[in-house]
Design a protein around this ligand. Structure first.
Ligand code: SAH
Length: 417
């Protein structure tokens, strides 16, 4: 049994009277101002956090104790004076004026209760209110649990448009770094945006298992580039993002790793901007750092390597600074390992510089193949190394728990002693 009737009050431009100047009153005033209410604050003194709004005129401050007449014109009253007699007098006056009144210290004297609330970060459209009778802590705990799920992107927060607002709204694009593939390595923001997306444009790499969490009516466009298969050209990907957003859909471009590290995120950003489409970039955990880490190799380490360069194996690796104490991380091009290793030796790195090739970081095929610049190509070939893989060159590879690599024959066949 309850006598509670939940409502959302639209207070913009309407007078709300808050009696009391302590921390509870301050919290109420903040919420009311955020919702656009006109606030009259009746209190002889106010806490510091209220001084700003009072000074800049956002709040009308009546600097004395409560007096009859203070509630005139109010749509809603909050009283939190800390003095039960005053709170009761305010509640009685509000009752007589038929104005709803929240009484902070005495729920039974109140005609309105404040719920525990939460919203979807950066949204403003989704509001969560929890009432739990006279047990506010119970409400707060429940609110926190639901808010955590909201934050984690686990709840179906996606807008379900109705016929009368279709077409009037432009969608947004988010270029989301999905991390190296493990579903736990996407950011909270990325996960939330994914949960509210209408369209998800995905690559081959990245946390593809998260696609299983999408509602059936979310459109998934796979532009993944697989060897042999023709990839969707970048221009077409750019067009897709713009087209869907213009049709009013919220688009997540789910990318492997970080969008800006060999991810062509900059081009997608520019294409959206050029088309006047709102676009946001959500950073991701890059494979360049995380995949070596997955097998126990830090890309820098005090006394071992003070810096690192990330390049694609396509590029001229000759210009990379330093020796074995400057780590080189190579993305893509694992099939060109022999050429790349030779180029690094040609540029002056010792042939016995340690190398690790890490395949499928965080995935079921994760494996590290270790060697040196002299023999890594043969070892990788013997092991049947396949993409995706990250290659790490430098003394940091010695920090791998699997170092040193097993003995290798002249033909590259490896065997554990
Ligand atoms: N933007 C991405 C990199 C895109 S280039 C990032 O920041 O991670 C694609 C290359 O990333 C692959 O060829 C491979 O070298 C590397 N890569 C991405 N995910 C990987 C993974 N889980 N395991 C190994 N290599 C990976």
């Amino acid at each position: 049994m309850t006598d509670l009737y939940p409502l959302g009050l639209r207070v913009r431009g309407r007078l709300v009277v808050v009696v009391g100047g302590g921390p509870v009153a301050a919290r109420r005033v903040r919420g009311l101002l955020a919702a656009g209410a006109r606030v009259r604050l009746v209190a002889p003194a106010v806490v510091d956090s209220l001084a700003g709004p009072v000074a800049d005129g956002a709040v009308e401050h009546v600097a004395r104790g409560y007096a009859p007449g203070d509630l005139d014109g109010a749509w809603l009253v909050h009283t939190a004076t800390g003095d039960p007699a005053v709170d009761r007098a305010v509640a009685t006056a509000a009752e007589e004026a038929r104005t709803f009144c929240v009484v902070a210290a005495d729920a039974t004297a109140a005609t309105a209760w404040v719920p525990a609330t939460a919203g979807l970060a950066g949204d403003g459209e989704v509001q969560l209110s929890v009432h739990a009778a006279r047990d506010p802590r119970r409400a707060v705990r429940l609110r926190d649990a639901v808010a955590a799920s909201l934050d984690a992107g686990e709840l179906p927060v996606r807008r379900v448009r109705t016929a009368d607002d279709g077409g009037s709204r432009t969608g947004r694009v988010a270029l989301v770094g999905g991390g190296p593939g493990d579903p736990g390595l996407i950011t909270g923001r990325g996960r939330r945006l994914l949960a509210s997306a209408d369209v998800v444009v995905v690559d081959r790499l990245g946390p593809r298992s998260l696609l299983d969490t999408l509602a059936d009516d979310v459109e998934v466009v796979d532009v993944g580039k697989t060897a042999g298969n023709h990839p969707v050209p970048q221009d077409r990907i750019n067009e897709l993002l713009v087209e869907h957003a213009r049709a009013g859909r919220d688009v997540v471009r789910l990318k492997g790793g970080d969008p800006y590290l060999f991810g062509r995120g900059g081009e997608e950003l520019a294409a959206c901007r050029a088309a006047g489409v709102e676009v946001e970039v959500v950073p991701g955990v890059t494979s360049a750092v995380s995949v070596p880490a997955a097998v126990g190799i830090p890309v820098t380490h005090r006394g071992v390597a003070a810096g690192f360069s990330v390049l694609t194996a396509h590029e001229a690796v000759r210009d990379v600074p330093g020796g074995p104490d400057h780590t080189v991380v190579l993305l893509m091009g694992v099939t060109r390992l022999a050429t790349t290793a030779a180029a690094l030796v040609g540029a002056g790195r010792p042939a016995d510089t340690p190398v690790a090739v890490v395949e499928d970081g965080f995935g079921p095929r994760q494996r590290a193949t270790l060697g040196t610049l002299a023999d890594i190509a043969a070892r990788a070939a013997a092991a049947g190394v396949r993409p995706p893989a990250v290659t790490v060159v430098g003394d940091v590879v010695r920090l791998s728990p699997d170092w040193p690599p097993p003995h290798s024959d002249d033909d590259g066949a490896v065997s554990r002693p």
